[in-house]
Design a protein. Structure first.
Length: 516
């Protein structure tokens, strides 16, 4: 199975970047916009991974001129060695293969529609090869991980809707084989899905180019959970001093736009947060346009997301908002709006996705010097930055005096702190499943099905801690910058130095203080 495409060339990639990207195809295509990888799947079979790792080790090239770029490339290489060579996640986690099959990036208008359609069809034609490699690799999947990822695999069926039988027939049959394999594994797989402290620590350390003390990280997560719960309690007392926090949260969730008015409210909020961010001079670049659009059908999973990637043409970014499916029951639609789009929570989402969050970060990524910083993007910084920006907006006076915004920020951060606490607790053996389920219900205000789904996700996304972990790392770095720069410190200076690094692993964040 080849991982080359005839749709684009990659002449701009030097040998080191090429070897890294060849082992990271879904990520560099989706997140960096490296569309020379359009129309292909990565070879995730055992022999394909072995060949990719050999190619990675065989690269001989001079060090990059900038020591930071050299460190960034080294960090990405080390992460791949651990991910695929040492921990063999392609044998353990179906999500690696599900992401490889995904065709969502072709929705974005980065090229002519006909070119993107051709790339998507070529990608779908390769599903049988990709599934064959997935089934060959996936021989160590725990039952709970198979059970948790099955809905994601089944959801891929929607990508074949409207596709000619010539493609959808073989590809659909291949997907059926993958689903059947996971269904069998969900019954016969290892009942234990916990990685253990040692493996979790190795994965997190390699992912972020930092030495991780898992127990210390767990304590940090619990401290952040308590801090955010106190912030939520305080905000709820300001809203209604006669009610409990749970009662006030329920009342806030009940106040949400109608489904047919959601995009209009999100559009108004988008304009508001962009103008406020520019006025406060919080980020280095306040240009660009951000359009609010309904989530395309093939992106039906998340409540909201944005496309603002460095290698796509500089066009208006799309902030996708996902109203409830009209085919759902009235109760299901109401629950979706309550949980994700209350008028307390929606402003925090828009700050996170747009400004000074992901959209603003995307504007900076376009100016990052060189291919290394624009291509090698680490999720913990990207998501940590966006969550950091939610509390930053609160600190800097966005909607000052409105305790509903403070409550929304606290709810958002509290949920993510609970995720971090529970992921580490489960994998390190410090928490039982029933404790994790209860923690999501009591502290994150999840209902029963949502709590159970969150428990499963803790198992198959052990890096789900990245939102809070990244936020805490950025806040710690800001304190370091304030101490080092003294009176010369400003948020604009700090954020500019930070975003100049691209989307770095947390272990390299200190470069911002050194160079800022």
């Amino acid at each position: 199975m080849s991982n080359r495409s005839s749709i684009g060339s990659s002449q701009t990639l030097d040998p080191r970047l090429r070897a890294i990207c060849d082992l990271s195809v879904p990520a560099v295509r989706q997140d960096a916009g490296r569309h020379e990888y359009d129309g292909l799947v990565q070879d995730l079979s055992p022999t394909g991974i072995e060949a990719g790792l050999r190619a990675l080790e065989a690269v001989t090239a001079d060090a990059y001129r900038d020591p930071y770029d050299e460190a960034l490339s080294t960090a990405a290489t080390r992460a791949l060695r651990v991910r695929f060579g040492e921990l063999e996640l392609h044998r353990v986690n179906p999500l690696v293969h599900i992401e490889n099959l995904g065709v969502t990036c072709y929705v974005r208008p980065y090229a002519a529609e006909g070119e993107r359609r051709a790339a998507r069809l070529q990608h779908l034609r390769l599903w049988p090869d990709a599934v064959a490699g997935a089934i060959e690799s996936l021989d160590r999947v725990p039952a709970l991980v198979a059970r948790g990822t099955l809905p994601l695999a089944r959801q891929l069926r929607s990508d074949l809707v409207g596709v000619d039988e010539e493609v959808s027939g073989p590809s659909g049959q291949a997907l059926d084989r993958l689903v059947a394999h996971l269904e069998g594994t969900a019954i016969r797989g290892d009942p234990s899905a916990a990685l253990g402290t040692s493996i979790l620590g190795r994965l997190l350390s390699a992912s972020e180019s930092a030495e991780v003390d898992v127990e210390a990280l767990w304590r940090e997560a619990d401290a952040e959970r308590q801090r955010m719960r106190a912030l939520l309690d305080e905000a709820c007392q300001r809203i209604d001093p006669t009610a409990s926090t749970a009662q006030t949260v329920a009342a806030l969730q009940a106040d949400h736009p109608r489904a047919d008015g959601l995009l209009a409210e999100a559009t108004e909020l988008t304009a508001e947060v962009i103008a406020w961010t520019v006025e406060r001079d919080l980020v280095p670049y306040g240009d660009g346009e951000c359009l609010v659009e309904r989530m395309p059908g093939s992106l039906s999973g998340p409540a909201a997301m944005i496309s603002a990637v460095p290698y796509e043409r500089d066009a208006p970014a799309s902030f996708y908002v996902n109203p409830p499916d009209p085919a759902w029951t009235e109760h299901e639609q109401e629950q979706w709006l309550r949980v994700y789009f209350s008028r307390a929570f929606l402003p925090a989402i828009v700050v996170h996705e747009v400004a000074p969050g992901h959209f603003s970060h995307g504007r900076a990524l376009r100016r990052s010097p060189g291919d290394v910083r624009r291509t090698l993007l680490f999720d913990s910084f990207a998501e940590g930055w966006a969550v950091y920006c939610e509390e930053l907006a609160l600190e800097e006076g966005f909607r000052a005096g409105d305790p509903r915004f403070a409550a929304g920020v606290a709810l958002s951060a509290l949920e993510r702190a609970v995720r971090m606490l529970c992921v580490i607790g489960l994998h390190a053996g410090a928490m039982a499943e029933r404790e994790v389920d209860l923690k999501f219900r009591q502290d994150a205000f999840f209902d029963g099905p949502a709590a159970r789904a969150a428990v499963q996700r803790c198992y198959y996304v052990p890096t789900w801690i990245r939102y809070t972990w990244g936020k805490l790392a950025i806040r710690d770095l800001r304190a370091r910058a304030q101490a080092a720069w003294g009176p010369a410190f400003s948020l604009q200076r700090f954020h500019t130095a930070l975003l100049d690094l691209g989307s770095p692993p947390l272990g390299l964040l200190g470069t911002a203080v050194e160079r800022g």
